[in-house]
Design a protein around this ligand. Structure first.
Ligand code: NI
Length: 176
């Protein structure tokens, strides 16, 4: 069954900031079924064709607590699908340059915890607990933020953010 879905993977349109869907706090997924499987595969296809390293469902206009994350630090390059991810532990602080497929052409240093523990379900509904650091920890935090309506520029200084928002042509007065 899943092979059939895999063969029908579709590239979806990525919502661009300030699309209101990116500002919604998303409710947890209660039942993991065929729709979530298909969504995850479509998200993988969409992320890969956009050359991203992570994607959250709201970025394709779907208000579900699902993120996909490219685990590029492992021996094999695998995509993790995390459903209802919850960051349960955070340690340290590190600065890292971030970008986002919903904010094309924009990047900025963002300070976030260096080490995290994330608990989530996979597509089979099994509980996962992942200790992550480096790029993986960074991507998981960035994508989990999307599920709460937070984009990375919310985590930088007011002045830098203002400059970026102007650059994006959004209405500054709507943002604060
Ligand atoms: Ni993003």
């Amino acid at each position: 069954m899943y092979d059939k879905i895999k063969n029908n993977m579709a590239k979806l349109e990525i919502k661009i900031y300030p699309d209101p869907v990116l500002r919604k706090k998303v409710k947890p997924v209660e039942k993991i079924g065929i729709d979530e499987q298909k969504l995850a595969y479509d998200m993988i296809e969409t992320m890969r064709s956009a050359k991203g390293v992570g994607l959250a469902a709201p970025q394709i206009g779907v208000s579900k607590r699902i993120i996909i994350v490219e685990d590029i630090e492992g021996d094999n390059k695998v995509v993790l699908t995390l459903i209802n991810p919850k960051i349960t532990q955070k340690k340290g602080k590190v600065k890292f340059c971030e970008g986002c497929l919903s904010l094309p052409g924009i990047s900025s240093d963002v300070v976030r915890p260096e080490f995290i523990t994330v608990e989530a379900q996979n597509l089979d509904g099994d509980m996962l607990k992942i200790n992550a650091e480096g790029l993986l920890a960074r991507i998981i935090q960035h994508e989990t933020d999307h599920l709460d309506g937070i984009v990375f520029i919310d985590r930088i200084s007011f002045l830098k953010r203002k400059k970026i928002i102007k650059q994006l042509g959004a209405k500054v007065c709507m943002e604060f």
